[in-house]
Design a protein around this ligand. Structure first.
Ligand SMILES: [Zn+2]
Length: 316
């Protein structure tokens, strides 16, 4: 946390009466305070924490609220989570279209202590025709869903261009919070952008030859990745991960998946229905860890790289 400025000025003002006491307080403070003020960033989910870590570096601390494999779609907020939200200098979240459970608690935070990524003007959005082709009807028979399927896909970190945008915007927000360290934040955001640029080109050339191969994902959350790399997603098993697909949707899925190569599951939920579907239709099974929950995923580029590798391996 950054030092509480009003309290400090109160200390110094109070010490004006007696020099000895004043110096003693100053000395105490100097001994107790860390060498540098540390900015404390709290993010909703691990992917955002990975981006934030790249920007903050050793100039502060970054943590995420949700356990890595918990679905952001329906997380029960605990009292200790509320305390972490109160203590952070800056809270980073995608927005209510993804972390619906954070809408109220974050509404109570002052605006300069939260950063809503869906509001960033420079974000790239998937070409809807391309990414959502053929299943704009799913919401109807699966019931209402906070993904707001008719609207935007909130899983925006799956496009490396958005990762760069988020890092740049975060560096500017941190520069306001801790001006003395602004240069470091900006330099690290720029370094991440360079790594992402190279990674993007690598993924592009790896995935381009596979762009016609039809596949299905488990939940409707990959349009940023699918659209960016021009992939051929033909169906999703469910719109929202916590909903099991109904009989009618499974019937339609079987039609949509004729000629498909691969079905991608996710490591967070019970995948038995998806697995038996793949078995029945003779599809290869792949697994996409869009939350970077795997312990070996330590950085944001690693998350994207693993995703690209999983897609390529299953499609070829
Ligand atoms: Zn989702």
């Amino acid at each position: 946390m950054l030092p509480p400025k009003p309290l400090l000025s109160f200390w110094f003002a109070g010490s004006a009466g007696g020099r000895g006491v004043g110096y003693a307080l100053l000395l105490l403070w100097a001994l107790a305070a860390p060498a540098r003020a540390e900015v404390e960033v709290l993010t909703s989910i691990k992917p955002l924490a990975l981006i934030a870590e790249a920007v903050v570096g050793d100039q502060g601390r970054v943590s995420h609220l949700l356990p890595p494999n918990a679905s952001p779609h329906d997380y029960p907020l605990k009292v200790s989570d509320m305390q972490r939200l109160e203590q952070a200098d800056l809270v980073l979240w995608v927005g209510e279209e993804l972390e619906t459970f954070l809408r109220r608690p974050l509404g109570n935070l002052p605006e300069d202590r939260r950063m809503t990524l869906l509001d960033l003007p420079a974000l790239h959005w998937p070409d809807r025709e391309e990414a959502h082709e053929g299943h704009g009807h799913e919401t109807d028979h699966l019931g209402g869903h906070h993904h707001d399927h008719g609207g935007r896909d909130p899983h925006l970190w799956l496009n490396p261009e958005n990762g760069r945008t988020i890092a740049t915007a975060l560096a500017e927000r941190l520069a306001v919070l801790a001006p003395a360290q602004a240069e470091g934040f900006r330099a690290r955001a720029a370094a991440l952008a360079e790594v992402l640029e190279a990674l993007d080109q690598r993924l592009e050339s790896r995935l381009h030859p596979l762009s016609e191969r039809p596949f299905a994902v488990y939940h409707e959350g990959y349009s940023h990745f699918v659209s960016h790399y021009h992939l051929n997603q033909v169906a999703s098993v469910t719109v929202s991960p916590e909903r099991r697909p109904g009989a009618r949707h499974l019937y339609e899925l079987r039609q949509q998946l004729q000629g498909a190569v691969c079905l991608f599951t996710e490591p967070y939920y019970d995948m038995s229905s998806a697995r038996s579907l793949a078995d029945e239709l003779d599809l290869k099974l792949g697994e996409l860890d869009l939350l970077g929950a795997t312990e070996s995923t330590d950085t944001y580029p690693e998350l994207l790289e693993a995703l690209g590798e999983a897609v390529a391996t299953c499609l070829q």
